[in-house]
Design a protein around this ligand. Structure first.
Ligand SMILES: *Cc1c(COP(=O)(O)O)cnc(C)c1O
Length: 354
């Protein structure tokens, strides 16, 4: 049994994916070929946003977003402490200061109550200017955007949705990738929508941001890439990866349904034994991970292993516990919920062919 069965997916889609790759090899437009534009249009239609800008990976998607929002030194950017490193890393990479926020006990997502506390404390200290929030759709469940949008508005902050794990999720009829000022995703192979290498995308309804993003991703280009009007980077999605993603996106709605069916069966059979993931009413998860909370994590994981069921820990280390952020001076007691989660979560196999 695989934790994520990319092999089963490839077998299911092999003829279509092989044909798409062959088309690219034949037309030879490996960089920004027609499949890239086709994919961007289809992603925009699926998510329901005006602009999609593909790029090289989910980390770059976040970095390009911070560049576009003008985040720089002396700015504070708020993000959850219980997330993948990239969410926080890009804030420091931009020269700004990450301010970590504890998790909601039931959804594992950024806690709006603690977020507001952290914003007030940064304002009080007066060292940094609060500028933005990066919320994460952890394990596939959209963060509490109704509340986050209210807080962003109240304090004049920009809101970024890190939907690297959340693609396919929704709150009522609004899909992940459509929340906040800018949203990002990753096409790393293990994500809900993954390619066969690195890839990422940025979503926005703002014409102004879209134009800046398209410039930043190709060396700060003006009218073309030899006319450079700002300092940017080189972060494009390969045409071959776009071609693969076009076939994977076509199969995605069915896979998403299968993931939700699998989660339903897990819930039915495990809810008496573990704290199982809660999906709030009106929310849809893309189930990037199916994550249990256990007081006996080690022995539970061993028991699954003995039955041939692979398990993984996402995440055993919070951002405030990472050596790279030691200088920020946080302690475990600043984030009691996240610290407990890092000690007690583990994830079961989850994919569209389970
Ligand atoms: C995977 C991931 C990223 C980074 O995506 P890459 O494509 O690997 O750069 C960012 N944020 C979260 C929450 C992720 O899970």
């Amino acid at each position: 049994m695989h934790f994520i069965d990319l092999e089963a997916q490839y077998k299911h889609l092999q003829n279509k994916i092989d044909a798409r790759i062959k088309t690219v090899l034949e037309h030879g437009q490996y960089i920004m070929g027609p499949e890239v534009r086709e994919l961007e249009q289809q992603l925009a239609d699926y998510v329901g946003v005006k602009h999609v800008i593909s790029c090289a990976n989910g980390t770059d998607a976040l970095t390009l977003s911070l560049m576009t929002l003008g985040i720089e030194e002396n700015d504070a950017v708020f993000c959850p402490t219980f997330t993948f490193f990239a969410t926080a890393e890009v804030i420091s990479y931009a020269g700004a200061t990450p301010v970590f926020v504890d998790s909601d006990e039931d959804t594992f997502n950024i806690c709006p109550v603690h977020l507001e506390k952290q914003i007030k404390s940064v304002i009080e200290q007066g060292l940094y200017t609060p500028k933005a929030i990066i919320a994460v759709d952890l394990f596939g469940l959209p963060a509490n955007y109704p509340e986050l949008e209210r807080i962003a508005e109240e304090y004049g902050l920009k809101l970024i949705e890190d939907a690297a794990q959340g693609f396919g999720g929704a709150i009522n009829s609004r899909r992940a990738g459509s929340f906040g000022d800018i949203a990002t995703t990753s096409f790393f192979p293990a994500k809900p929508l993954g390619c066969y290498g690195d890839g990422g995308a940025i979503f926005t309804n703002s014409d102004e941001y879209a134009e800046l993003l398209r410039s930043y991703r190709v060396h700060g280009k003006g009218k073309d890439k030899y006319d450079n009007v700002r300092i940017g980077m080189n972060s494009r999605l390969d045409t071959i990866q776009a071609a693969i993603l076009l076939e994977k996106l076509a199969a995605f709605p069915e896979e998403l349904e299968n993931r939700n069916k699998a989660a339903q069966r897990y819930e039915e059979q495990l809810s008496g034994k573990f704290k199982t993931p809660k999906v709030p009413s009106g929310y849809l998860s893309s189930w990037a991970q199916y994550t249990l909370v256990s007081d006996n994590r080690e022995s539970d994981m061993q028991a699954y292993k003995a039955q041939g069921v692979p398990t993984m820990i996402y995440y055993g280390t919070c951002m405030h516990q990472q050596s790279a952020f030691a200088e920020l001076g946080y302690e475990d007691k600043d984030f009691p919920v996240a610290t407990k989660l890092a000690q007690s979560v583990f994830s079961l196999p989850m994919h569209g062919y389970l």
